[in-house]
Design a binder for this molecule. Sequence first.
Ligand SMILES: [Zn+2]
Length: 411
Amino acid sequence: MPSETVKLTASFKLSGSIPESLFSTYREILTGLIDYAGAKGITSFRRLRAEKYYELRVKHPNLPSHYIYTACQMACSIYKSFRKLKRRGLAKAEKPVFKKQVIMLDDHLFTLNLESWEVSIAVENGRVKLKLLHGTYHEKFKEMRIGQAWLVKSEDGFYLKVVFSKTVELVESNEKAIAVDINENNVVFGSEERVSNIKTGERVMRTAYFLKRRRLQSKPRLNEKPLLAKYRGRESRRVEYIYHKLANQIIAEAKELKASTIVLEELANIRKRIRRSKELNGRLNRWSFRKLQNIIDYKAKLAGLNVKYVDAKGTSSLCPTCGGKLSPNGYRQMKCRKCSLELDRDIIAVKNLLRRYQMDVGGFTRSPRKPSHDKRGEGMKVYARPERRHYISKEKHPDFYAKFGGIEIAK
Ligand SMILES: [Zn+2]
């Protein structure tokens, strides 16, 4: 049986508070490390840690040492993403600046208990215990492995974001599949047997919120930030709600038809299909497609289904039967110039995706690719390394030696 590891990030709002000094100290350390990494062109976490750890440990003796490791990890990934953007001409600034109130935690810095819904976090001179606000959505994480986490301070309080993972067994893949065609305003999915077209109305909704936000911004007021944030939050919650419902429908359909696989479009090709308008730029973006695909992807795998990504080039303009060019033929219809096949516009992409998948399954000609993660959200994620012991010499680091002795456990 094939298996796969599903990774999911859960967000918990925390009840209680975390000492302000933890955020300010971490921020100071992180900013210093980013500047140092930038000045010396360091992209290796090990090198950054080797060059800065002792100095920071001495400067912040009460801070649990693992905060310095995670700050080194974050600084490296922030600098790396910045350098990438800079090389592509996408960053105007001279150096990266990290403005968010975010602290990365490894397994030494937090302990999660999903039975009592509590988290214990290491702080300067001890630990604090906080309650996790949770809903039915969080129940599924009880049976998953805990990875690293981020502590986030936002306008309305503290959040804990935890990466969970689970290894799932998937059914053996066969010819039966459900293909999903994502458009701006509707999602079409189905099999050879039947096709469903679900209107998401996302474009209309996003436009409405966009105009609302712009109206707010054009009228300068003393305190517009909370309102803007409120609208943005409401918008993303509504969109996510639609996505989850839709993903559940797609998986239910796959189960009912005993399909083994969900077929999605490879993202590189989706990007080109998005119409861009200057005025409403950002209203509909790649993020939305990734988000929906990611939701379908993990829900499918948790349900034991395979997920395959196929090339989506030409799926809406080529004939699913003979590969010939299609021409419009009436309001909803398209007609093939070569074999005269007539089809409804909406089902063409689904048929083409299914055909491409079946060709892949038959010959195993190409290996499916996973969608690349959203860089804005995932840029900070660096995975933990095995523990290693370092010996700190008296001669090289006398001040450190005096305070902490010769052996320091480093990760
Ligand atoms: Zn044809």
